[in-house]
Design a protein around this ligand. Structure first.
Ligand SMILES: Cc1cc2nc3c(=O)[nH]c(=O)nc-3n(C[C@H](O)[C@H](O)[C@H](O)COP(=O)(O)O)c2cc1C
Length: 265
């Protein structure tokens, strides 16, 4: 299996110690696993400028497209992503948030359906849960099939010694993640993801080609590969969840009749 380790902390500190631990545990379980790494400090991704071209015209129009494209390509090549970030002021570090901002358009047009992830966050005392939930929620929203969370309190500034309890938690997380990635099993979307996806799909009908404020979203959702689907074709949707998708698609479509999202032409 191919794994991508994204280090979203500004240094190799406490969180990195856990990232390396998870990596070596996966390698012990699956010696044939291949790892690639991205250190967000090294790639110099400028801050999102807020131009919204990714939403309106397509992410290839982003002024930082080359850098973002490289990250998307690396995720595409992986089966599992280990995403790590320090917790700064109760949230993921700014470097991580900046990458999230550049991938926000995928909340409108989810993409990484066959990928699985685990998020590792550390904090000094409080906030690891909050930052893990924030990052994992984003990854699920942009399509990730599964996203585990490993929030850890380090009680340390750069002198972190992994406690026994944390070591057990890491071993469990590494095993569960590697088993799931290796199984290649695609899990059905949760009800909340199905609702979110179909609301986006419905709202996308308000900006199709020919409307006053057409966008890339309209093009995306009317593409024949997804126009009549409640979720991506690669992911099974049980029959009893389909009515939920249909209902929220209609609600999204209806809301688009009353709300027009404008832009400067
Ligand atoms: C700028 C900054 C902000 C921080 N904010 C918090 C915080 O909100 N809550 C907390 O408990 N610890 C906070 N810490 C401590 C770190 O979360 C903690 O040391 C963490 O393990 C650092 O991980 P790292 O070494 O991978 O960067 C902060 C540290 C820094 C440098």
């Amino acid at each position: 299996m191919n794994y991508l380790l994204i280090n979203g902390s500004p240094h190799k500190g406490n969180t990195w110690i856990l990232a390396e631990r998870i990596k070596s545990q996966i390698l012990a379980l699956s010696p044939q696993a291949v790892f690639d790494e991205i250190h967000l400090t090294d790639i110099n991704l400028p801050f999102c400028t807020g131009c919204s071209l990714c939403f309106r015209k397509g992410h290839e129009y982003c002024p930082h497209h080359k850098t973002v494209r490289d990250i998307i390509d690396k995720i595409d090549l992986s089966d599992g992503v280990i995403f790590t970030t320090s917790t700064f002021n109760m949230q993921p570090a700014a470097l991580t948030k900046n990458l999230i901002d550049h991938l926000c358009f995928m909340l409108h047009r989810p993409y990484f359906f066959t990928k699985k992830a685990v998020v590792i966050t550390t904090t000094g005392g409080i906030g690891a849960n909050k930052s893990a939930k924030y990052l994992a929620g984003m990854l699920r929203g942009i399509g990730f099939n599964r996203c585990g969370e490993l929030p850890v309190t380090s009680h340390s500034w750069n002198a972190y010694k992994v406690a026994d309890k944390t070591a057990i938690k890491c071993a469990k997380a590494a095993k569960a993640f590697d088993n799931d990635v290796s199984s290649k099993k695609m899990h059905p979307p949760t009800a909340s993801l199905l609702i979110f996806y179909n609301l986006m799909r419905g709202m996308g009908m308000g900006c199709v080609k020919g409307t006053e404020y057409a966008t890339k979203d309209g093009e995306h959702w009317t593409d024949p590969v997804r126009i009549n689907r409640f979720y991506d074709a690669a992911i099974p949707v049980p029959f009893y969840k389909k009515p939920l998708g249909a209902l929220f698609f209609l609600m999204g479509k209806l809301s688009a009749k009353f709300i027009t999202v404008t832009y400067r032409k």
